[in-house]
Write a protein that binds this ligand. Structure first.
Ligand SMILES: [Zn+2]
Length: 91
């Protein structure tokens, strides 16, 4: 196989073929995909999924087969979380 030199469209860095964990939001649900083949920029870390891969993810979500596992994902909003300690006064 001939190696293609694909450049990151964001920064022009080199893209490396990697297998990543990908989290996809669909409405209010989060879907987690493991062993996703992707191109990751060595410079800025931007993740590029091939059209074929994202189509497959799309299809999996639509068809909703039984997943390998369920995982609870904690979600935090920085708007609702007050920073502790800062400006709390002195004793
Ligand atoms: Zn980049």
């Amino acid at each position: 196989m001939k190696q293609q030199a694909i450049k990151c469209a964001e920064c022009g860095g080199t893209l490396e073929e990697r297998t990543i964990n990908h989290t996809q939001q669909w409405g209010e649900e989060l879907y987690r995909f493991e062993d996703v083949p992707a191109l990751v920029c060595a410079q800025c870390g931007h993740v590029w999924l091939a059209a074929e891969v994202s189509q497959r993810i799309d299809q999996i979500i639509r068809e909703h087969p039984k997943p390998k596992a369920y995982q609870k994902v904690p979600v935090f909003s920085l708007l609702r979380t007050k920073a502790k300690g800062a400006g709390a006064g002195t004793t």
